[in-house]
Design a protein around this ligand. Structure first.
Ligand SMILES: *[C@@H]1O[C@H](CO)[C@@H](O)[C@H](O)[C@H]1NC(C)=O
Ligand SMILES: *[C@@H]1O[C@H](CO)[C@@H](O)[C@H](O)[C@H]1NC(C)=O
Length: 481
């Protein structure tokens, strides 16, 4: 289910053609019924009804149909049709609407058919089973439409969507009928931190919907107004339709294809082998360049513009994991041969910041959400991640691996004890230095308190300089793709 392909606009057209054919079939059945009515008269119809009522009782079908003449007529017509057209009416085996099996990250429901969505109050996505088909029992699923399933703290404030199959007679009437697929997702969870904004929502949203070329209707649960405004460039490029406020919209929205939840493989990465949607992480990088009008797709071309230096950006963090001696480090980077930019991301001005990043050839930052901005760099640019104490290798991969995936050249600088401001807070024989495993074992919160919150970085410029030189050297090497 998870790996199923998408409806491309082409397939949607095929689907609509199929529906049109079904409609014609129905019309024919009714016309046939009419002819029978004329030629055999009312008595025969009553006879037919009696026969088919017996049929219904024998096969223990839903009792409601006894009282619905039109359904009986449909059934009679269908039976007539069956005798003419045998094999094609056999119902295919049911598959579950939702795939909850990907335990770590995401629950996704990819549903096709007659679908009705009512967000306000009931938060339901209902697939109507055709009357008379199987499905005497209800099947239902609960899904939180954000791919961070393993993280209870994040999922706590993500709205639950109730997905179920239902019989026709339970169905609410459509207020709005959509011809494009609908996608229900939430912008809540841990958003507000650029890493989570992209890893938990925007990249999964891209992976799930890019192939639809804007022909998709988003239904947004939780609605953090700032988020919608901040990421409008991306949202508007993925969908040509205004967002629907899933939580407050009291209309019944009808679709014939809906996806609840977002597909996602790994943080800030698309696993091309899993991604049935045929989009790659480089498609995403190019998409971002278009969304933010970023001009550069390759870094400083060595020697092409004499006198023009490559640009190196320090991402300055303000509160935790700061560079405490940034002035000194900037001076050294200039000595090595860079034009240096030191800047701090501005929360709402992502477009402006993306342009700044894209204008640079090397990005340097201490491990943290700000590193997420590496996605705006030109291809083959260089990322230097400064990794604080202690035993942070696995955590550093959060950015190291995506940097590689996005065809950036990645250098890692693991600081020494002398470069950590923790030496001002703890004696050197403290387990913070001597036994970091014991602190990691205490869980993310305690580990974070010490290594992510209390720690700043005071780079030893002698030790760091060779890394800057290496970056310059890499830029000078002609990189052929
Ligand atoms: C099926 O679900 C509907 C709507 O949720 C409910 O009214 C009905 O009682 C359920 N039927 C069974 C057999 O559980
Ligand atoms: C989100 O909430 C704001 C403020 O209530 C509202 O103006 C906006 O229409 C909502 N948008 C969506 C997509 O839910």
């Amino acid at each position: 289910m998870y790996t199923r392909g998408f409806l491309t606009p082409n397939l949607i057209a095929t689907d609509q053609a199929k529906m049109a054919r079904e409609d014609t079939k129905f019309a024919k059945r009714f016309r046939r019924l009419e002819r029978r009515t004329l030629s055999f008269g009312l008595g025969l119809i009553i006879g037919c009804l009696l026969v088919s009522m017996t049929y219904v009782v024998m096969f223990k079908a839903d009792v409601n149909y006894f009282f619905s003449i039109s359904n009986e007529e449909e059934r009679v017509a269908a039976d007539v049709d069956k005798s003419l057209n045998t094999a094609s009416d056999v119902e295919p085996p049911r598959k579950p609407l939702c795939d909850l099996s990907y335990s770590f990250r995401t629950d996704v429901c990819d549903i096709e058919g007659d679908i009705r969505i009512h967000g306000k109050h009931s938060s339901t996505v209902m697939l109507l089973s055709p009357s008379g088909s199987g499905g005497e029992t209800n099947e239902s699923w609960q899904v939180k439409p954000q791919p961070r399933k393993w993280d209870a703290n994040a999922m706590h404030n993500v709205r639950t969507v109730y997905v179920h199959r239902s019989r026709h007679h339970n169905a609410p009437q459509c207020t709005v009928t959509h011809t494009v697929p609908g996608v229900v997702f939430s912008d809540s969870g841990k958003t507000g931190n650029i890493f989570h904004d992209f890893a938990d929502v925007l990249l999964p949203l891209f992976e799930t919907t890019r192939r639809l070329n804007g022909q998709v209707q988003f239904l947004l649960a939780n609605n953090r107004t700032w988020w919608v405004y901040k990421y409008r460039h991306i949202i508007q490029k993925l969908s040509s339709y205004p967002l629907i406020d899933y939580d407050h919209d009291d209309r019944v929205h009808c679709f014939n294809h809906v996806i609840v939840g977002l597909k996602s493989d790994r943080d800030l990465m698309i696993d091309a082998s899993r991604s049935a949607n045929g989009v790659s992480i480089m498609d995403y990088v190019e998409f971002l360049r278009e969304a933010y009008s970023l001009p550069r797709d390759r870094p400083w071309p060595a020697g092409e513009f004499p006198g023009k230096r490559p640009r190196l950006l320090f991402i300055a963090r303000r509160r935790t994991r700061r560079f405490v001696n940034l002035d000194k480090v900037v001076a050294v980077a200039e000595e090595v041969g860079f034009e240096v930019v030191a800047t701090e991301p501005k929360f709402m001005r992502i477009s402006e910041f993306a342009s700044t990043i894209n204008s640079c050839d090397v990005m340097v930052g201490v491990h943290g959400a700000g590193m997420t901005n590496l996605m705006f760099l030109p291809t083959n640019a260089i990322v230097i991640q400064v990794v604080p104490l202690a035993k942070m290798d696995r955590i550093a991969k959060t950015y190291g691996e995506p940097a590689g995936g996005m065809k950036l050249r990645y250098l890692q600088y693991d600081i020494s004890e002398e470069e950590s401001t923790l030496i001002d807070l703890y004696p050197r024989d403290h387990r913070v230095f001597r036994d970091p495993d014991s602190i990691h074992k205490e869980g993310w919160f305690n580990m974070g308190e010490v290594y992510l919150k209390q720690q700043n970085v005071k780079l030893d410029v002698k030790r760091f300089r060779p890394v800057l030189e290496k970056a310059l050297q890499l830029l000078k090497e002609k990189k052929t793709e």
